[in-house]
Design a protein. Structure first.
Length: 232
C-alpha cells in the first residue's frame, strides 16, 4: 500500500514543474517466530519491507516557455521563498508579479533575495535575470535571487505544493556552480513509463495477495466444516 501510494503520487505529478519523485528503500522483514532458536533448521523466510522513502533530487529537463518570469536552475540549488512558517525551498521557478509588483510564487509566497529581502519591481517593464540570479529592470539592479543548497539533501522534507522545508539542525548555504535560465522551467524528473510499469506490477501483487488470502480463508472454512462433520 505504501508503494502504491508513492507511485500514484509520482504519476500524478509527472507534469508538475520541478517535482522530485519519491522512491522506496527496502529492507528484509523476519518475524519473531522465524528467529533462532525458535525457527527450525534451514533457511529463514524473509519478506521485503519498505523501511523508508527517499526523494530523487536528480535534475529534470529544462523546457523553454518564453515567459520571462519562468526560471529554471541548471545544477544544484533551490529557489527560496517566504512560507507561512518560515523559508521554503523549491525547484519550481514559475513566478508571477503580485498586484503591488512583488515577485511571488504561484501560491503567493514572496521570493527571497540574497540578504532576505523581497524583489519589488519599479515599472511594468520586463525583468532581466542573469545566470547568477541578478534581476534587472530598465537597466537598474533590483536584487539577486537567493539560491540555497544543502550539504545533505536528506535533511529536506516535502511540505506539499512542491515545496521543501529543512529539518532542525540543517544549515542552508548559498548554492554555487549553478546557472539560472530565464524563460525555462524544469520538468518533473518522474519517468511516466517506468512509473506506469511499476504501478501495474504493484497492482498484480495486490491481486496475488488477495487471492492468497481468499484461498487461506476458504481452507480455514473447509477445515472447520470437515471437523464439524467428523465430530457429528
Amino acid at each position: 500500500m505504501e508503494s502504491l501510494d508513492m507511485l500514484a503520487n509520482n504519476l500524478a505529478n509527472a507534469a508538475t514543474s520541478g517535482y522530485k519523485g519519491d522512491r522506496e528503500f527496502y529492507s528484509l522483514y523476519v518475524s519473531s517466530e522465524a528467529r533462532p532458536p525458535l525457527s527450525p533448521p534451514g533457511p529463514v523466510a524473509t519478506l521485503p519491507l519498505i523501511e523508508r522513502q527517499w526523494t530523487d533530487f536528480s535534475q529534470g529537463t529544462l523546457v523553454a516557455t518564453g515567459n520571462p518570469l519562468d526560471l529554471a536552475i541548471s545544477g544544484r540549488g533551490f529557489f527560496s521563498v517566504n512560507g507561512p512558517g518560515g523559508p521554503l525551498y523549491t525547484r519550481n521557478g514559475s513566478f508571477q508579479l503580485s498586484a503591488s509588483g512583488v515577485l511571488t510564487s504561484l501560491e503567493g509566497y514572496t521570493a527571497r533575495l540574497v540578504g532576505g529581502g523581497t524583489l519589488q519591481t519599479a515599472s511594468s517593464s520586463p525583468l532581466e535575470v542573469s545566470r547568477d540570479g541578478v534581476v534587472r529592470q530598465d537597466g537598474a539592479v533590483l536584487g539577486q535571487l537567493e539560491i540555497i543548497d544543502f550539504q545533505e539533501l536528506s535533511s529536506l522534507s516535502k511540505q506539499g505544493a512542491n515545496y521543501f522545508a529543512s529539518r532542525a539542525g540543517a544549515t542552508p548555504a548559498a548554492a554555487s556552480g549553478f546557472e539560472l535560465r530565464q524563460g525555462r522551467l524544469e520538468s518533473s524528473n518522474v519517468a511516466s513509463a517506468e512509473g506506469a510499469v511499476r504501478l501495474v506490477n504493484v497492482i498484480r501483487q495486490f491481486e496475488m495477495l488477495q487471492k492468497a488470502i481468499t484461498l487461506g480463508a476458504d481452507m480455514n472454512r473447509r477445515a472447520v466444516e470437515e471437523v464439524a462433520r467428523v465430530g457429528s
